[in-house]
Design a protein around this ligand. Structure first.
Ligand code: PFF
Length: 495
């Protein structure tokens, strides 16, 4: 193969390698940690349906566009978008897709590594039998102790970032590909073991009902934004990770079928993980809506009280760590590839990217302890007012403040109750990336490939044999995705 066709970073060695790599990127904390807890918070079945619609109607078509841009140029997303924008004579701001993606990548990698670090800590806790026969208070306390200790969190965060850097530094074939060939089969075997186990638990059918019975009254405007944002997050779209992996894809591989595989596998893992987790939650009479702590508080408690729980619990957290690892390498890859194109060695590029993300991650570490009261986007609302039997409403907004100080100002009395809702550093990064930057990146990619890139080039690269299917895909990119993303955005902002 000529150098031109290979690009400077290398190429996946086999047909299945791209599927393995892209699935490795897609399947991660998003599927195992985030999907179950946001489904729990948004009431179950109806949310799952909206999420599935977002995956198939918006996510997969955009994924195809993103991979196409990468494979066409065989460069890092920043340089790929610079070249494509110039070739298409499109407005310069489309180049911003690459840059915004790099910023999103740093943000995501920084907090991803901290949460993945929790799963490393939990492997040891479960293997050591810490939860055997304990109760909810103990599980809450254990989680509380972990997150309130900035030093411990920093150590686990550092270990995970080193693991990520180690693979990325070794390059596309010797690093990424070699690791994925071991990690991905392991991930599927672990998930199957857990699924088999969950089938034997009494809460299995209740879990299935929770995931698949639709109750639309539980959906809010925000649920739609969360579902869309999560579709981008779970498919690794809108920031260049999939574009970078597309740059290493062999030329003769058919895009359409390959991408469909990735989307379907990612969705299956999320649904199977959901069934496993809710089966265990319901078997123990626990609440599905407990938020980000679902996986770290509810599950260990459940495992601790089940036959064989220490073993299966350990297996579960190994699964989480493996999935997070194979995703984290894809988050680092676009920025590393760009630095290599700038002339840096791969090892120093990796050290710089992972080092910077590690530093930013300290903000997430502190979000759970020393900085937990420093919050942004704070809404204060009166939730019940009965003063002289007269209703009084009051709401205030602060861009950034110390919520402890605010609480002191708004002292709750019997008649007036205030609710303070704000976002910590971690919440802010999570919200900005998943709910704003990734959908925006995806929207721009859809518009670029739908409207600006040359039709001939797109047709040739996509190589979709079936004419109707090709036309449907283009229609989705041109009209449906931009309209869907814009409407959901506006809905989320206004309601
Ligand atoms: N898709 C990953 C997950 O579901 O955990 C997270 C992710 C990876 C997001 C790569 C974005 C990205 F570019």
């Amino acid at each position: 193969m000529s150098d031109q066709k290979r690009g400077m970073h290398g190429i996946w060695s086999g047909r299945w390698t791209f599927i393995l790599a892209a699935t490795g990127s897609a399947v991660g904390l998003g599927n195992l940690w985030k999907f179950p807890y946001i489904t729990g918070e948004n009431g179950g079945g109806a949310f799952v349906l909206v999420y599935l619609a977002c995956i198939f109607a918006v996510g997969i078509p955009i994924m195809l566009a993103e991979v196409l841009l990468g494979r066409k140029t065989r460069m890092s997303p920043i340089n790929a978008m610079a070249k494509m924008t110039e070739d298409a004579g499109a407005p310069k701001f489309f180049q911003g897709i690459g840059w915004m993606g790099a910023v999103s990548g740093f943000f995501i990698l920084s907090f991803y590594s901290v949460i993945a670090g929790w799963s490393l800590a939990y492997i040891l806790k479960l293997a050591g039998g810490d939860f055997a026969g304990t109760d909810a208070a103990f599980a809450g306390e254990t989680f509380g102790n972990l997150v309130s200790d900035p030093v411990g969190l920093t150590i686990w965060h550092s270990v995970f970032m080193l693991l990520t850097g180690f693979v990325v530094a070794r390059g596309v074939n010797k690093g990424l590909e070699a690791a994925l060939k071991v990690l991905m089969p392991l991930l599927f075997v672990l998930l199957l073991i857990l699924f088999g186990y969950s089938l034997t638990t009494p809460g299995f059918s209740q879990g299935v009902h929770f995931l698949f019975d639709f109750d639309f009254s539980k959906l809010s405007g925000e649920s739609f934004v969360v579902a869309l944002g999560h579709a981008f997050f779970t498919l690794s779209l809108g920031m260049g990770a999939i574009m970078a992996y597309g740059a290493y894809m062999p030329q003769d591989q058919s895009l359409g079928k390959t991408i469909l595989w990735v989307g379907v596998l990612d969705t299956m893992v999320a649904l199977v993980a959901g069934m496993v987790i809710f089966a265990i939650v319901f078997s123990n009479g626990l609440e599905p809506s407990s938020g980000p702590g679902l996986m770290f508080q509810t599950l260990p408690l459940a495992f601790g009280n089940m036959v064989g729980g220490a073993f299966f619990g350990t297996v579960f957290f190994i699964l989480v760590a493996v999935a997070a690892w194979s995703s984290a390498i894809s988050i680092a890859e676009p920025a590393v590839a760009w630095a290599v194109e700038k002339g840096f060695g791969r090892i120093s590029a990796t050290a710089a990217v992972c080092g910077f993300a590690w530093f930013l991650g300290l903000g997430t570490v502190l979000s759970f302890n020393d900085w937990s009261t420093y919050q942004a986007f704070i809404f204060i609302s009166e939730i019940s007012v009965l003063e002289n039997l007269e209703e009084k409403t009051h709401a205030a907004f602060y861009l950034f403040a110390n919520t402890d100080v605010l609480k002191a100002e708004y002292i709750n009395t019997a008649a007036v109750t205030y609710e303070i809702k704000g976002k910590t550093f971690f919440d802010t990064l999570d919200f900005l990336t998943a709910n704003i930057m990734l959908p925006l990146g995806g929207l721009l990619i859809a518009i670029f490939v739908g409207w600006f890139a040359s039709s001939d080039m797109v047709k040739k690269e996509a190589n979709i044999q079936n004419e109707t299917l090709f036309n449907v895909w283009r229609f989705v990119l041109r009209y449906m995705s931009p309209v869907a993303v814009s409407v959901i955005f506006l809905h989320g902002l206004l309601f």
